[in-house]
Design a protein around this ligand. Structure first.
Ligand code: MG
Length: 160
């Protein structure tokens, strides 16, 4: 399923390296010698979780339907297309991913939602496509990976 998930993300302009880049940014100050391959493995594991890929597929399905103007309600379509600040369902769907990875995922999600690093900013500024759900989904994936790494490395330190 993770391959189908990655292919879908790629089709919407998000590459694995884009995700790794943001996770590096979030965690390099806390973990000495942070390894990109470790991040890649963690992201694969996250994408392979049922709740995660269902959220990803659901969010992108709504983005694409909005882009193709095929949602049944015009008013709702307008709200999603313009990513109206008080809509918030995109963030709620993304929290579902973060909740699986604990409080560090939630705080990092809030941080990337505010600062919009890398591909998150690019998605947010893309005038041609609707990425209302995808920018939050990407934020949730990188925040979850940051949390997973933090917990792994805290454990390693405790064992020394
Ligand atoms: Mg959004």
């Amino acid at each position: 399923m993770k391959d189908k998930c990655l292919a879908l993300l790629n089709s919407r302009g998000v590459e694995m390296d884009d995700l790794i880049e943001i996770v590096m940014l979030l965690q390099e100050q806390y973990i000495d010698g942070l390894d990109k391959e470790e991040i890649r493995t963690d992201i694969y594991e996250i994408l392979d979780k049922r709740e995660v890929y269902h959220s990803i597929f659901t969010g992108i399905a709504i983005d694409v339907a909005t882009e193709q103007k095929s949602l049944f309600d015009k008013e709702l379509m307008g709200i999603i297309r313009h990513d109206e600040g008080l809509y918030g369902v995109d963030e709620v769907l993304a929290y579902g991913i973060c909740n699986l990875y604990g409080s560090i995922a939630l705080t990092n999600f809030g941080y990337v939602d505010k600062t919009k690093p890398g591909i998150i900013g690019i998605l947010n500024d893309d005038p041609e496509h609707c990425h209302t759900f995808l920018d939050d989904i990407v934020g949730a994936i990188v925040a979850s990976a940051a949390s997973k790494l933090a917990h792994t490395h805290i454990r390693k330190e405790e064992l020394i």
